[in-house]
Design a protein around this ligand. Structure first.
Ligand code: WAQ
Ligand code: MG
Length: 640
């Protein structure tokens, strides 16, 4: 990623007094123009004419990609109101001694960088107190697309800085006031409340401003924090545009419901609206929607077990015997014999010591990641991981590093570049849900092992599909187990819920530490019994696994024959379309012809990477798949 990119840093001063500074990370081809733009900007700053301008161009090391903090705009009318709000926000974020912190703010006015303050003792932690600590080597991922560096975009630059700062180890909050006489806005940022803009924090014409970074952690980690701030290259993704944050609404502030209505209308206008449709038939390869029969090419019920009579009978019998709901959390009264039996069966099936079930796969991911890493730790996550993994990473409080899709060299480089951190977790989908490809598990395990990182894979779309008998990636590759083998009961197993397989130690840990396990009602016995019965069917009839994969291969061949490029290593066959609206139109046309193929769009996949996502089942016939391929190919070429 760092290849061909350069950090360009500008700072300007007058008689040693800081006037302005700026940061970009740009491709080598853009360096000359960005250098010129930043120099021009230094020379025309409203704070004065500089006698010294320094523009530095450097190759960055490894680049960390971070998601921009969420942004909220707070409209204030007077500086006093703005400062009171800043204090409230800090207090709400668990910071004490606010008055003293605000008093220290004056000392930042003369500094080029920020004051680094112990959030509790208020001790100054910067090695050079006159200069402060400067966050450098950062940019917005789309800054090139957004254009010129010649004019300062206070907001965009501040959100990039604030995002980087809030990801520095030990930093718990930041407070900032612009030092531009004409720019009266400031903000408070924390990981918890995001970037809280405050529109008025000082009088117009007042040249005083500054920044304080609040730190909480061991003294010996301060150098690592400063290294991160000053040297770690950071690209910030998805910087929200200001119009999405309701700026300039100070005049007639819309009501809270109007805000929702406006945003929803914008979502619909962009072709990104979503709604639920009623499938008026049992789960299976065909359904009826709005009275129209459809061939289902979008089901996760890969092995057609959701309606299997052995599975439904087990569910019905369990509901009759144990009740429709479990009536409590697993650690209170919610554990019944079917829960215990299923966990033992899952462990046997996956070849691990133990297993733990969750109410959903989403909860399994969120609860497991949060139990393994937290603040001060690092979690490395494939850029195409499922949203439940992404949410688990975010909620854990650990620093999140996103590595390139299935790029084990990138993963290795990032692990090797980690400084002091307590724990590392590497998490990846086993089969990627929107692309259908497979993790390189043997290398993944070898790298995790070498760097003493927890290894976790999500076999939601692998279980029942990958490996000769559907046991997943370990069976497919004939390799060892990751520390955490997560999966779902809701896909090939035709039921609902999530699970984690691993050592007894891991499972004991999760039972004690996994919040989504502890603080939610146990899934009902019928879901457990259904999954248990489905596992038995899968063990007795492994030919279902072969059939679903043969069907996927057949569909890919048919599509190729008709000139449509597609590939898969699972039951998921993505057909890349690109444009969101075009993908939706294709899906609508296919539906009119009786094929239910969903269009997958942003934010599930990247913007401009919309696709049709076909999911193949063992129950599809060759005739079904040939017809579907022909219809897809017809609409596909119709759109070229
Ligand atoms: N690292 C640390 N401190 C810095 C840095 C840096 N890279 N750049 C500036 N500072 C300090 C320095 O003391 C400045 O005097 C002070 O922060 C303010 O910097 O609409 O424009 O560049 O949401 O003037 C916030 C609101 C604007 C934006 C902040 O800051 C919005 C702004 P400025
Ligand atoms: Mg300024």
């Amino acid at each position: 990623m760092a290849e061909g990119l350069y950090c360009v840093k500008m700072r300007a001063s007058q008689e040693g007094r800081h006037i302005s500074g700026a940061e970009r990370i740009v491709p080598s081809a853009a360096v000359p123009s960005v250098v010129a733009q930043l120099a021009a900007r230094a020379l025309k700053h409203s704070k004065g004419v500089p006698d010294f301008v320094n523009v530095k161009v450097e190759r960055p090391g490894e680049i960390v990609r971070l998601k921009a903090l969420p942004v909220a705009t707070n409209v204030t009318r007077t500086p006093a109101e703005g400062r009171a709000l800043a204090a409230d926000l800090l207090r709400g974020a668990g910071i004490g001694r606010i008055d003293e912190i605000m008093a220290l703010f004056r000392e930042t006015y003369s500094m080029r960088g920020a004051m680094l303050l112990d959030a509790d003792t208020l001790e100054r932690l910067e090695p050079d107190r006159a200069r402060g600590v400067r966050a450098t080597c950062m940019d917005a991922a789309d800054s090139i697309a957004k254009g010129s560096a010649a004019d300062k975009n206070h907001y965009a630059e501040a959100i990039v800085l604030a995002t980087k700062v809030q990801h520095a180890p030990g930093i718990v909050a930041e407070i900032c006031v612009s030092d531009d006489p004409d720019y009266v806005t400031g903000y408070v940022a924390t990981r918890g409340i995001g970037y809280q803009r405050i529109t008025v924090v000082k009088e117009k014409g007042d040249p005083s401003g500054g920044r304080i970074f609040l730190y909480r952690g061991p003294r010996e980690q301060v150098p690592e924090t400063i290294r991160f701030l000053e040297q770690q290259a950071v690209m910030v993704e998805d910087v929200p545009s200001l119009d999405m944050c309701h700026v300039g609404r100070a005049r007639a502030r819309p009501s809270r419901m109007d805000i929702l209505a406006d945003e929803l209308a914008a979502v619909e206008a962009a072709g990104l609206g979503r709604r639920c449709q009623v499938s008026d038939a049992p789960t299976g390869p065909t359904t009826v929607i709005d009275g129209k029969p459809l061939l289902v090419l979008s089901s996760n019920d890969y092995l057609d077990l959701a309606r299997d009579s052995r599975v439904t009978a087990a569910a019905a019998e369990a509901a009759r015997r144990w009740g429709a709901g479990s009536g409590g959390a697993r650690l209170t009264t919610g554990t019944q014999p079917p829960h215990v039996a299923l966990e033992a069966h899952l462990a046997r099936f996956k070849g691990t010591e133990a297993a733990l079930t969750y109410a959903t796969g989403y909860m399994a991911n969120v609860g497991t990641i949060g139990a393994l890493v937290g603040k001060g730790d690092v979690v490395l996550s494939d850029e195409l991981n499922h949203a439940s993994i992404i949410d688990g990473c975010r909620l854990s409080g650990a620093t999140v590093m996103v590595y390139r899709h299935n790029d084990m060299d990138d993963l290795e480089r990032r692990l090797a570049g980690l400084g002091v951190c307590r724990r590392r977790l590497v998490v990846s989908d086993a089969v990627f849900s929107m692309d259908g490809d497979m993790l390189d598990l043997p290398r993944f395990l070898e790298i995790c092992h070498r760097h003493d990182a927890f290894s976790m894979i999500d076999e939601a779309h692998a279980t029942g599909v990958v490996g000769a008998t559907g046991r997943g990636l370990c069976e497919h590759f004939g390799c060892g187990h990751p520390d955490v083998l997560m999966g779902t009961l809701s896909k090939a197993l035709g039921s609902e819920g999530g699970y984690v397989c691993g050592t007894k130690l891991l499972v004991d840990w999760l039972r004690n530490r996994s919040r989504s396990f502890i603080f939610s009602t146990a899934p009902g016995a019928s879901a457990m019994a259904a999954a248990d019965a489905a596992l038995s069917v899968l063990e007795a009839e492994p030919e279902r696994v072969a059939r679903v994969r043969e069907n996927a291969a057949f569909l890919v061949e048919e599509l190729a024959r008709l000139g449509v490029k597609a590939a898969t290593q699972s039951a998921i066959v993505p057909i890349l379309v690109g444009d969101e609206r075009w993908a939706v139109r294709m899906a609508e046309s296919l539906r009119a012809e009786g094929f239910l193929v969903p269009a997958i769009r942003y934010p599930t996949v990247a913007r401009g990477a919309a696709r049709l996502r076909v999911a193949v089942m063992s129950a599809h016939t060759r005739a079904d798949l040939s017809l579907a391929a022909a219809a897809i190919a017809r609409h596909y070429s119709g759109g070229e």
